[in-house]
Design a protein around this ligand. Structure first.
Ligand SMILES: [Zn+2]
Ligand SMILES: [Zn+2]
Length: 390
């Protein structure tokens, strides 16, 4: 069992982009560029011929820079890490690396190469943005599951103009320059290369629509911040950090015939009053008096499955010993009826302010107690031996 409260997040084989560039999470744009430039110079293939290790470093640095130098991509990375919804921002094949002239790493010739990475699908106006909200549920939800709902403010199509941006017939029309896509492709030269560059369409300013008579509700944008209620349910065994994906509940697209984004609800399970959690297993400490530890006892406490938890403490117990009760922990995530276990660590609770009469009684039995256990040095040795063999 892991120590109290240990929680391990999802693991990805990829290194953290900030670590790759050796910068802190609040690094400025200038610091990011400076660090990229100096690392890229160090690992550039021209300086490291036939060195596959340097080559893969060079690619890793480029990928980290491509993301962190783009404010929108950096924000998404800060929220989702490598586990972002919709897969790699570089497409299904992942980041492929780019050719950068060594000379460009001294000037500024490399920026334009990176600035066009996300020109396409990321700012695609026909797909609304995904949203992420965090939501706390009581600990009991991890036992029983629960139905819940949240109210959030989301950009949705304006109902007054049905998302067209104008409530007068003919007051808005599809932009003829981009045919409603909001983006246009241009061929331009980057160094010696011909490159297709995707740009916001100028006449419609990327919206794909020309509005001559703007709707007074949304000022012609076609979208409005609206408060919506989202119902969802969490299943038994839910863990903090689990994300529920609500398809189509994210932002409306900026065009009439696009798709809304998705809403992700990240669940935070509140702490239990006394249990620490390790997956489906629960761990608690039970402070007992000297008498209960010596004589043994049975403790009954209310439990998460609404049946009392009965903890049988055998006679001659010692603090630090554990009692495991199988099958009374949390359900495993999924539909399995199996449940984890409850582990109880025994502790000694000495009286803080014993009365004079209690002190006198303990003094009376002190000598007898001392005779009933081994001499002090033997006790210490025995304890050390059992601790080491654990
Ligand atoms: Zn409107
Ligand atoms: Zn246009």
């Amino acid at each position: 069992m892991a120590p109290f409260g240990a929680q391990v997040g999802p693991m990805s084989g990829k290194r953290d982009y900030y670590d790759v560039l050796g910068i802190s999470r609040d690094a400025s744009e200038g610091q990011i560029k400076q660090s990229f430039r100096s690392l890229a110079r160090k690992y550039h293939p021209d300086k490291n011929p036939d060195n596959p290790e340097a080559e893969s470093m060079f690619k890793e640095i480029q990928e980290a820079y491509a993301i962190l130098s783009n404010p929108e991509e950096r924000r998404k990375y800060d929220v989702f890490g490598h586990e972002r919804p919709g897969g790699s921002p570089f497409g299904s094949r992942g980041f492929q690396g780019v050719d950068i002239n060594f000379d460009d790493l001294f000037g500024g010739g490399f920026e334009s190469i990176f600035s066009q990475f996300f020109g396409g699908q990321q700012q695609d106006k026909s797909h609304g943005s995904d949203l992420l909200v965090r939501h706390s549920v009581p600990f009991q939800a991890a036992m029983d599951g629960m139905d819940d709902d949240i109210e959030i403010e989301v950009l949705k199509h304006c109902s007054s103009c049905n998302g067209s941006g104008s409530n007068i017939e003919g007051g808005s029309r599809t932009c003829p320059s981009c045919e409603g896509r909001g983006r246009i492709d241009e061929i331009s030269m980057i160094g010696p290369f011909r490159q297709r560059v995707r740009k916001d369409c100028a006449p419609c300013r990327g919206s794909g629509r020309l509005v001559t008579d703007p709707c007074s509700e949304c000022n012609g944008d076609g979208r409005l911040l609206q408060s919506i209620q989202v119902k969802f349910s969490v299943s038994p065994g839910i863990t903090s950090g689990n994300r529920l994906r609500m398809r189509g509940q994210g932002e409306a697209p900026n065009t009439l015939n696009g798709y809304p984004g998705d809403l992700y609800i990240e669940i935070d399970v509140e702490k239990h009053q006394w249990f620490e959690r390790d997956g489906a297993d629960l761990l608690m400490a039970l402070p007992l008096s000297f008498a209960d530890l010596t004589l043994g006892t049975t403790i009954e406490i209310p439990h998460i499955d609404s049946e009392n938890l009965s903890i049988k403490v055998p006679p001659s117990s010692n603090p630090g010993e554990t009692i495991t009760i199988p099958g009374r922990g949390l359900p495993f995530n999924g539909n399995s009826p199996r449940r984890g276990s409850v582990t109880v660590v025994l502790r000694l609770q000495s009286p803080k302010k014993p009365t004079r009469s209690l002190k006198n009684k303990i003094k009376e039995i002190r000598a007898e107690l001392e005779e009933s256990i081994p001499p002090i040095e033997e006790r210490i040795r025995e304890e050390a031996n059992s601790r080491r063999s654990r």
